[in-house]
Design a protein. Structure first.
Length: 68
């Protein structure tokens, strides 16, 4: 179930190339989940890790996780 949520959330990720040529990615439905790396692959990997941490922290704190 957790893997399914992560995969669904990652499908909502948006990416852009910044002026410094780095990549920025975020998941708009998951406030505060973003990543910025030199390549798109690194950004995707970092974003997934940030999302996993975000889910664990929100669960630990008894906070709601948005439906995706």
């Amino acid at each position: 179930m957790l893997t399914e949520y992560i995969e669904a959330a990652m499908r909502h990720a948006t990416y852009e190339i910044l002026e410094d040529k780095s990549f920025y990615g975020e998941i708009p439905e998951c406030n505060g989940v973003w990543a910025n790396e030199l390549t798109l692959a690194e950004t995707e990997r970092d974003l997934r890790g940030t999302l996993e941490d975000w889910i664990l922290l929100r669960t630990r704190d008894g906070r709601e996780i948005p439906i995706i």
